[in-house]
Design a binder for this molecule. Structure first.
Ligand code: FES
Length: 192
């Protein structure tokens, strides 16, 4: 005896057909749900705009520094004096703890000489996150707490960074990162 669900010619039975259609419907539903998620992952212009930040540095006097936020991270912008530039450029590579430039604008194997840490010698721009355990170093105001090397000082465990953001003493292993940036004019820098 046969039932309506049996088949003799290899065609799907009625029960199998119902299961197949249920699967197709579920897949279509999943696809409909997935597409908005995928679409949301394509950054539009507003998201791309948030990934970069333009900063007017015209009000930062020589010798001063400011902190801005970029992609949720502090970025230090320091307007260096002529003496500070000379000091940074005159530091021997052999005196550095971390030999890498850690500059996202350059190749990974660039060394940490001052010229590889900035675009314009007058401006030192670094991510203000200590490479030890992620604290925010001090020294962004007009002169205090810049540590033993006149740059930035992380009091959490005593890491001293120099005027080019290079680690010179303390437990931090790496130089402060240099973020991607470019000057759009003499006074406006775009970070990111
Ligand atoms: S987090 Fe900066 S020295 Fe420990």
């Amino acid at each position: 005896m046969t039932t309506s669900d049996d088949t003799e010619d290899g065609e799907p039975t009625r029960r199998e057909f119902i299961h197949i259609m249920a699967g197709v419907t579920a897949a279509a539903g999943a696809g409909a749900t997935l597409w908005p998620l995928v679409d949301q992952m394509n950054p539009d212009a507003s998201v791309l705009a948030l990934s970069s930040k333009e900063v007017d540095v015209s009000a930062i006097a020589v010798g001063q520094a400011i902190k801005v936020m970029w992609q949720g991270k502090p970025v230090f912008i320091r307007h260096r004096t002529a003496e500070e530039i000379a000091e940074a450029e005159g530091t021997a590579l052999s005196a550095l703890k971390d030999p890498s430039a850690r500059n996202e604008n350059l190749a990974a194997d660039a060394d940490a000489e001052d010229a590889n840490r900035r675009v314009d010698p007058n401006w030192m721009i670094v991510v203000g996150v200590c490479t030890h355990l992620g604290c925010i170093p001090l020294g962004t105001s007009s002169g205090e707490n810049r540590g033993d090397y006149n740059g930035w000082f992380c009091p959490c465990h005593g890491s001293h960074y120099d005027i080019a953001g290079r680690i010179r003493r303390g437990p931090a292993p790496d130089n402060l990162d240099v973020p991607p940036y470019e000057f759009l004019s003499d006074t406006v820098v775009k970070i990111g």
